[in-house]
Design a protein around this ligand. Structure first.
Ligand code: ZN
Length: 658
């Protein structure tokens, strides 16, 4: 492990202890092999000028909700040092009292809640204290002879058996350092947990961490192997959708499923012993709140259902029964990670961020497990210790932070055609606001860039090219694990040609784009939609279907065609629980079809102003793309759970339609 210390960078912070603390914390956070996703914590002792101008001895410790990788000064909670230290003298301290007292000792009431290791940081007799869950060190201790290996590699460290983090760990360290001459030690190794280093010099504390972890890495290089396995062929994406559906059902809500097909993920999933070694437990207990204690191992062909997920749910229930104590409530029993035999790793979550966290932890875990196997056997903590962390109120608080009300489409995957502008784009935004991950298809080359700016996935796709349509759908499933919502919106609008003067080109183009491409898209997407969660297929029709006008036969006929297509689809797909509905918009003028010039021309034709022209409907209201997008998103939600085959106008009220 390389030190990232840079003398030039560090100089900029000289003299400002908190700034230096931010700098070395970020160095630790920059290496995933040291800390991941909010793991680890750091502190610095100094003084805090209070409201009356007095200098108070203070501990600035990482606040919860901050990540070492990106932490800033406000991420360190200033605590009264003396009072925080006194907590370590107590015989016992409940989690609730600890959290309350730490908040009471804050010198700034708006600071984040201090780390659960605040007391431990306070009692360490050094200015800078660094704590990580370094993969290499924990891997050495997650071994049948872990303690022996650790003692031989770290003879100059205090080595402590695993205990529950928080107050109990603080007490353990408090007693251990009373007997040890800390200035003669390089660090403290907590078995199955992590490493502490400390010094009055920020650089020394950091470099000691790097040195200790490098030693563990060197031991692994000499005694074990970190090279693992072979790579397999393509996977059936329908199987991925099936696995995702089974996990969503177990969770009781839609879950995204992100497949990792990297070489090392496939190699791990290909090991004949993977079902054994992957289910012995995590690297460190704090991963349990993100990944559960173990992943589900799914066999190669889930075509006949995914019984492994049901078995996982049953096993989880029994694990809960074995370990639970009074007053607890069982969490959902769904897996957060899967090992898909001979295919790769799958991360589940309610959003992209959750999946990314699970995928990162899974990647580090398979490295540690396989490396541990080569060193004599992967041996994680007993399940009771892991259960206590999974159900520890202080850890659960990390998960519920900022969750608020669940959104109607949280965890769902939506695909929208014609997403480059107008109603299509507005629909993408509405679905995303309601919690879905959205894939938008459009002919426009800039669709990827334009949607990416809102955090959506855009794919350039010519909907009249069957191969391109199939590829775009597969890309969507590969990205998020399945499809729950389809919005067929793409279309063209041509007017001004009577039937008598109709060119073959105008007619054929409308049929090809508005009608045939919609049918082909449905044909390609329906197999995935059948494995969707509360699946919904929506078609954008037009007021012209019920109230046609002269000069737009190609448009009106093809919109009537997709409406009829949707009605048949509603009948064919009801048995699979797929709802199929149509919206008929009219007079949506904030689209690319309508320029200011075209609007003025049309208004003049009727002898009215543009504003009057825009609101020529019973409600005298203007209809926007956003209105249509919100209607479509709502129709995909469970508000419309009992509606299929319906046609809903969104036109401000039209006498001919009514
Ligand atoms: Zn820790």
């Amino acid at each position: 492990m390389k030190s990232l210390w840079d003398e030039q960078d560090a100089k900029r912070f000289a003299g400002d202890d908190l700034a230096v603390r931010v700098y070395t914390s970020r160095l630790l956070g920059a290496d995933e092999d040291l800390v991941m996703h909010g793991g680890g914590n750091t502190s610095v002792k100094g003084s805090y000028r209070d409201f009356f101008g007095r200098e108070v001895d203070a501990l600035f410790v990482k606040g919860s909700g901050w990540d070492l990788k990106t932490i800033e000064k406000p991420g360190f909670s200033p605590l009264r040092l003396e009072e925080t230290r006194m907590l370590a003298n107590l015989e016992a301290l409940s989690d609730l009292d600890m959290a309350a007292q730490l908040r009471a000792f804050l010198l700034d009431p708006s600071a984040p809640s201090p780390s659960v290791e605040a007391i431990l940081h306070a009692i360490m007799p050094a200015k800078f204290v660094d704590h990580t869950h370094a993969d290499a060190v924990v891997t050495l201790s997650n071994n049948p002879s872990g303690e022996g290996i650790i003692r031989s590699v770290f003879p100059d460290c205090v080595v402590l058996p695993y205990v529950m983090p928080g107050f109990i760990l603080s007490k353990q360290v408090f007693h251990a350092i009373k007997d040890a001459e800390l200035s003669e030690t390089r660090g403290i190794i907590l078995l199955h947990h992590g490493v502490f280093t400390y010094s009055d010099d920020a650089r020394e504390a950091y470099e000691n961490m790097i040195e200790l972890v490098s030693r563990a890495e060197a031991y692994i290089d000499e005694n074990g192997t970190t090279e693992h396995g072979e790579v397999f062929g393509d996977v059936d994406l329908l199987d991925l959708a099936r696995i995702r559906k089974a996990v969503s059902v177990a969770r009781g809500q839609a879950q995204m499923a992100v497949l990792d097909r990297s070489g090392d993920a496939q190699a791990y999933a290909g090991r004949s012993d993977v079902a054994d070694i992957a289910t012995r437990g995590p690297i460190t207990p704090d991963h349990v709140i993100r990944t559960k204690r173990v992943p589900v191992v799914v066999e190669t062909k889930p075509a006949m259902g995914v019984p492994e997920v049901q078995t996982f749910v049953g096993d989880y229930g029994r694990y809960y029964e074995r370990n639970s104590t009074e007053g607890l409530q069982m969490l959902d029993p769904a897996p957060r990670a899967a090992i898909w035999r001979k295919a790769g790793a799958i991360a589940f979550g309610s959003n992209v961020k959750e999946c990314a966290m699970v995928a990162d932890i899974a990647r580090h875990t398979r490295w540690a497990v396989q490396t541990g196997e080569s060193l004599g056997g992967w041996h994680a903590l007993p399940e009771k210790e892991l259960f206590d962390i999974e159900y520890w109120s202080l850890e659960q608080a990390k998960l519920t932070k900022g969750n608020g009300f669940p959104k109607p489409h949280q965890g769902k995957v939506a695909v929208v055609t014609g997403a480059g502008s107008g109603i299509g784009r507005a629909t993408c935004d509405a679905l995303a606001e309601d919690g879905a991950v959205v894939v938008g298809l459009d002919l426009k080359p800039d669709v990827a860039e334009s949607l990416a700016s809102s955090g959506l996935l855009g794919i350039q796709c010519d909907l009249t090219d069957d191969t391109a349509v199939k590829a775009a759908i597969e890309q969507s499933v590969l990205a998020y694990g399945g499809i729950d919502i389809i919005v067929c919106n793409a279309g063209i609008f041509g007017a001004g040609e009577t039937i008598e003067e109709m060119s073959d080109e105008t007619w054929d183009q409308h049929v090809r784009i508005n009608l045939t491409a919609t049918q082909r898209f449905m044909t390609a997407a329906i197999p995935y939609l059948k494995h969707g969660v509360d699946p919904s297929l929506l078609v954008v029709g037009s007021r012209n279907f019920a109230a046609p006008g002269p000069g737009a036969s190609a448009y009106s006929v093809t919109k009537a065609g997709v409406t009829q297509l949707a009605r048949v689809a509603a009948m064919e797909l009801a048995g699979d629980g797929i709802r199929v509905n149509v919206v008929h918009p009219d007079a949506v003028f904030d689209t690319e079809l309508w320029t200011d010039e075209a609007l003025e021309k049309s208004a003049r034709r009727y002898g009215i102003t543009v504003d009057e022209y825009k609101t020529r409907n019973l409600l005298k209201t203007e209809i926007t793309s956003r209105d249509v997008g919100r209607l479509l998103s709502t129709m995909a939600s469970d508000v419309f759970r009992a509606t299929t085959g319906a046609q809903v106008p969104i036109d401000g009220g039209n006498e001919r339609v009514i």
